[in-house]
Write a protein of this length. Structure first.
Length: 284
């Protein structure tokens, strides 16, 4: 059994702020959060660790790479994309380990985005692509039924709200997400769609900056923005239109983001960072 020893950067917003500096293993990527665990990618495999840090246990040992893990709402399963046998498809694995179960079989790449509140896996795919629409969202049951298209024309990165009534997403994917401070035609705001009516609004984009990786915390959307010329976490409330900058990192970009209830986990500078009870916090 392979084990990584981790110390997470933990930030708690109550009446005070506590910071524990991360040490040890770097290059930890794409974290996802449950009530008591964090799953992440390291060296193209999935690893599991307690929120408090400690020994991370390797969950996958298959030939091929795994990416984009996402805990199910109850924390009992992890959906992820894997390139086994040369193709990227959707798989699911028990959160405490086991054999991956394959859910999709299309020759195009199926990239996990998260879960619906009914317990289905949401993913993006080019399976219905045509010249003006490349990626769109689909859902698939963990019981192995055929995937179904969601009611959205084109979409790349996104997540459903907890009640399933709204979808936050970007309509196109970035061919080079590592291009810092990009302000071209692929720099899109977050689109917020009412699933029933199709009505749309977007996050404010005053400098034509790029917005990515939206997640929901209650009625608020948290996402990555390059408004201050570095990728940091911002929030937006579709009802009040209120914005807030959550992190103010100055050197390394925030790369990926996930949430569980009121808590956030993200990748930055090669480490994982956990923000708990974050209602009053700004991380610098």
């Amino acid at each position: 059994m392979q084990i990584l020893r981790l110390s997470l950067s933990i930030l708690v917003s109550l009446s005070f702020l506590v910071t524990i500096s991360a040490q040890g293993t770097q290059l930890l990527r794409q974290p996802s959060l449950s009530q008591d665990k964090i799953v992440f990618v390291y060296a193209n495999d999935l690893w599991l660790v307690d929120r408090s840090g400690g020994d991370a246990i390797k969950l996958t040992t298959n030939e091929g790479s795994e990416n984009n893990p996402h805990f199910s709402p109850d924390g009992k399963q992890i959906a992820f994309s894997a390139q086994y046998g040369g193709n990227t498809d959707v798989y699911v694995i028990p959160a405490d380990g086991g054999s991956p179960k394959r859910l999709t079989w299309h020759p195009g790449a199926d990239v996990v985005q998260g879960w619906t509140n009914e317990g289905n896996v949401m993913f993006r795919s080019t399976r219905d692509a045509h010249p003006t629409v490349t990626n769109s969202f689909f859902v698939v049951s963990t019981q192995g039924f055929l995937p179904k298209a969601m009611n959205v024309t084109r979409a790349a990165y996104g997540e459903l709200s907890g009640d399933g009534k709204y979808l936050a997403y970007t309509p196109i994917n970035s061919w080079d997400p590592e291009w810092r401070n990009y302000r071209g035609g692929q720099a899109m705001p977050i689109w917020i769609q009412d699933v029933q009516t199709g009505k749309l609004m977007t996050t404010p984009q005053p400098d034509n900056e790029r917005h990515l990786d939206p997640v929901w915390v209650g009625d608020d959307i948290y996402y990555l923005s390059e408004r201050d010329y570095l990728s940091n976490i911002w929030s937006f409330n579709p009802n009040t239109k209120a914005e807030k900058q959550i992190t103010k990192h100055k050197i390394f970009d925030v790369k990926s983001l996930d949430s569980y209830r009121q808590d956030l986990v993200y990748e930055q500078g090669g480490y994982l960072h956990l923000i708990q009870e974050r209602s009053q916090i700004v991380v610098a």
